[in-house]
Design a protein around this ligand. Structure first.
Ligand code: GLN
Length: 409
């Protein structure tokens, strides 16, 4: 075996996949919607399939219509005139874009700092490319915090500074954060930026939930802080933006010094991204503004978030109110289940949260994702206190889940 350990273990998405659970279990596990993208967007994909060029290879940088749409949409947000030839790269989902950055930049033994909990995919993406993940805690809200929000998950900047070594090459900043929902503040981003500058680090800004920020919070792009454009790659996702997670369309925005080597890696990994759906993503970005698409979508998600938060409030269950993303962390440390419950082998031998989530899925009828998966093995016990519920579902489904939660009391 060339590679072993956590990176090649069965992933949490497969264990808690809807196909492994009873058909009537309400799926609030893996973060995907139970509704389709808007028809004005899917119509563009249908048109693309009926014409010749978009059925064939696209340029490895991405189809020009999508790159032009990304330029028009993002240039004002980055306060610069983005260049479609050298500063924008279309990728097969955000995952592949990030993987290609690691392939392009990591030498064997280079270290990548990530805040823990971290989106699980970062770990294998780093180690498969010879890198070493280094974890800096997001400290959970203290036990005495009555109604914690994602803002109560905090960074100790001395710990961040202490994590940097001569081998540190990249720091991942995921805001809004999966699974916590934390929207990093300007102060936090400035402190991270100062460390990135001091130690000459590349910043991977995973901002795939940028369109989902609540409670008047502002999504701040670290690339826009003084001096940061040159060392930051910002990651975006059509899946999150347009309720189309299966399209596998994402993008990177960065200076040419980052895009060019990443393009070389991406070209050798996938050559190019699927073409027809790039036309659809382009259509979505082209028309989003005039349709007020993201404002409407945000208020829909706000209402979805409220169904779960109000349900947990009414039941006296403790959770973290997320200020961004579409995930909510429920404290499951008090959920009881019989030790001899018939857990499947994939769940036995994993943390307490795997068992609690499985038990809740089978007995309460709502699936979720155990949060220890977002921690390294050494710190997994911290994550065992939480289950992550996704609220990217229609209101009817969330109300049905709310009814079932009554039995969690
Ligand atoms: N990003 C999604 C989530 O966190 C799905 C990730 C995946 O399936 N790899 O739920």
């Amino acid at each position: 075996r060339l590679k072993e350990g956590r990176a090649l273990a069965l992933d949490v998405w497969s264990i808690f996949s809807a196909t492994n659970l009873p058909a009537d279990c309400i799926n609030l596990g893996q973060g995907y919607m139970n509704f389709a993208p808007p028809t004005w967007i899917t119509a563009a994909a249908e048109d693309a399939l009926k014409s010749v060029a978009p059925n064939h290879y696209s340029h490895p940088r991405g189809r020009i219509r999508l790159r032009e749409a990304l330029k028009a949409f993002y240039s004002p947000q980055f306060h610069r005139d983005l260049d479609v030839e050298s500063e924008i790269l279309v990728t097969s989902g955000a995952n592949e874009g990030q993987y290609s950055v690691f392939t392009a930049f990591l030498e064997h033994g280079d270290e990548v700092i990530m805040f823990e909990p971290f989106f699980d995919q970062y770990l294998p993406s780093v180690t498969f490319n010879g890198g070493k993940p280094v974890y800096v805690p997001l400290h959970p809200p203290s036990f005495s915090t009555i109604k914690p929000t994602s803002d109560d998950w905090t960074i100790d900047f001395d710990e961040l500074r202490a994590a940097v070594t001569s081998r540190t090459k990249i720091i991942i900043v995921n805001t809004p954060h999966n699974p916590v929902g934390k929207v990093f503040t300007k102060n936090e981003l400035e402190a991270i930026a100062a460390i990135a500058e001091e130690f000459n680090l590349l910043v991977m800004a995973d901002e795939v939930y940028d369109c989902l920020v609540f409670d008047g919070k502002e999504h701040i792009r670290i690339a826009n802080l003084p001096g940061m454009w040159d060392r930051t790659v910002t990651v975006g996702s059509a899946g999150k933006a347009f309720a189309a997670t299966g399209w596998r369309i994402g993008w990177l925005i960065a200076p040419p010094s980052i895009i060019q080597p990443t393009l070389a890696a991406s070209t050798r990994i996938i050559f190019c991204t699927n073409s027809p759906l790039q036309e659809a993503a382009a259509c979505g970005l082209e028309q989003a503004k005039e349709r007020h698409f993201f404002e409407i979508q945000r208020s829909e998600y706000d209402a979805r978030r409220a169904v779960l938060s109000q349900t947990f409030d009414a039941l006296g269950l403790k959770y973290t109110l997320p200020e961004g993303s579409y995930f909510i962390l429920l404290d499951i440390s008090k959920v009881k289940f019989p030790d001899d419950y018939p857990f499947p082998p994939s769940v036995l031998g994993r943390g307490r949260d795997f068992k609690a989530c499985w038990f809740i899925a089978i007995e309460i009828g709502v699936s979720s994702i155990p949060v220890s998966e977002f921690y390294c093995e050494e710190h997994a016990n911290i994550g065992e206190a939480y289950a992550r519920f996704a609220f990217c579902k229609d209101l009817d489904t969330l109300h049905r889940a709310a009814e079932r939660f009554q039995r969690l009391r």
